[in-house]
Design a protein around this ligand. Structure first.
Ligand SMILES: CC(C)=CCC/C(C)=C/CC/C(C)=C/COP(=O)(O)OP(=O)(O)O
Length: 424
């Protein structure tokens, strides 16, 4: 009896250890020890009892085997979907879209709307990133940085990945159309097409791909704004513009540092035709300079308080200094410094925007006031001026009094300009 019991127990132990050792297991091989346990136990006097125990063990193993294989598959494909979606990049995209939503909102941010916009953006971005990898299997397989991705490493089939991309893309666009509006859904769908079907093939054709990719990266905050306010205005462009210009030094540094990898992958990057790296560095610097007035515009267009223009100017100045040192001495060291600087820049810029944002009502107020001031400056007679001044006194917002653009330009980042006087 005891001998039969110990045989059954050892068979069960053998099965369990087999299950643990072989996570994606096959029914035929895992049942083999049961058969051998049965054969050996049938030669003992306590055959019936041993068989019962072995059968119970086999049944338990088969249930746990089934559950195990489901959870193994879930884990395996979950990891594949996560990597196909480039989850961290998609999370950054969601953060920019969420920031756009908050900036486009009034005093009260609709949290449910924000969550749906973020979820929809995440799904469409995941779809775009998956399609990008479906089209680049051969290229990714040749690059050190990407060769371990699910498709080149054969962990998932291209058809399966394409199915994932289609379902998550359709679901995300539908969610945006349903819970936000058609404009947001349209922007998301167009951006997917631009990224997967224009930018991705262009990477192997022409270095202009970096600029097209910058447009792709700039659309999500616009999408967020559209979801919150159903329309796009000039001040909706601040964050997209920052993202567009920011991506140029960021990707220039990356392509310069990983030049050999990109060459092996068969891509056409700007830095390939620039062995010294000087032109790459100049392009980076030029785009940092384009970012300098953005903080001032954000204030002048009534999007933020004046604090943001100072903070943004300081931040951009920091990034510009990084690009300048890359220009003066093009080397991996200075490129890496500019790259890390760009990683710090974006979250700091977005946090500043959100911290100093003015809700829509305040924006409208400030813009109206600005227009009035323009009327005074450009030829209104004295009576009109007095009326306008009176009205300004009556309706002055407590937080901000906007001034014409050039007066901010005197403050930062061009402190050497004289401060113009507008009213005597
Ligand atoms: C709503 C929506 C559709 C958003 C999509 C946003 C998105 C995917 C932005 C990424 C921008 C970009 C140029 C990434 C680099 O791709 P890459 O192909 O150079 O990266 P890789 O070399 O790592 O594959």
């Amino acid at each position: 009896m005891w001998r039969g019991g110990s045989t059954a127990a050892s068979a069960a132990r053998a099965l369990r250890s087999r299950l643990l050792l072989d996570p994606i297991h096959h029914p035929a091989t895992s049942l083999a020890p049961i058969a051998s346990a049965r054969t050996s136990s049938s030669s003992t006097p306590s055959t019936a009892a041993a068989n019962t125990i072995v059968e119970e063990a086999a049944a338990a193993v088969s249930v746990s085997q089934h559950t195990g294989s489901i959870s193994d598959s879930l884990r395996h494909y979950g990891k594949c979907y996560w990597e196909l979606s480039k989850a961290r990049l998609s999370a950054l995209v969601v953060a920019t879209s969420g920031a756009g939503y908050v900036l486009g909102s009034g005093n009260i941010v609709d949290i449910a709307g924000l969550c749906c916009t973020c979820a929809g953006t995440m799904m469409v971005a995941a779809s775009a990133n998956t399609l990008n990898q479906v089209f680049e299997i051969k290229n990714d397989a040749k690059m050190k940085r990407t060769m371990r991705r699910p498709l080149p490493s054969g962990r998932i089939s291209p058809a399966h990945a394409a199915m994932w991309a289609t379902s998550v893309g359709v679901a995300g666009t539908a969610l945006l159309a349903w819970k936000a509006n058609g404009l947001a859904a349209g922007l998301a769908a167009s951006n997917l097409v631009l990224y997967a079907f224009v930018y991705t093939p262009l990477k192997q054709i022409h270095p202009v791909n970096t600029w097209v990719g910058a447009v792709v990266g700039a659309i999500p905050p616009l999408l967020g704004w559209a979801a919150a306010s159903t329309e796009l205005s000039l001040n909706a462009m601040i964050l997209p513009a920052a993202l567009y210009f920011w991506q140029i030094p960021h990707f220039m540094a990356l392509a310069y540092l990983c030049r050999n990898d990109y060459l092996a992958g068969g891509y056409r990057m700007f830095s390939f035709a620039d062995p010294t790296g000087r032109r790459t560095a100049w392009v980076s610097l030029r785009n940092c300079l384009y970012m300098l007035p953005l903080g001032l515009f954000a204030y002048n267009w009534g999007l933020t308080s004046e604090w943001f223009s100072f903070e943004a100017s300081l931040l951009t100045l920091g990034l510009t200094i990084g690009a300048l040192s890359f220009v003066l001495e093009p080397s991996p060291k200075t490129a890496r410094r500019m790259f890390y600087g760009s990683l710090l820049y974006l979250p700091a810029f977005m946090s500043g925007l959100l911290l100093h944002r003015l809700p829509s009502e305040q924006k409208a107020h400030n813009l109206a006031e600005n227009n009035e001031l323009d009327g005074v400056l450009y030829g209104a007679d004295l009576q009109d001026e007095e009326r306008a001044r009176q009205k300004r006194q009556d309706t002055k917002p407590s937080r901000v009094q906007s001034l014409p653009p050039v007066s901010y330009a005197s403050v930062a980042p061009f402190p050497f300009l004289p401060v113009p006087i507008y009213e005597s």
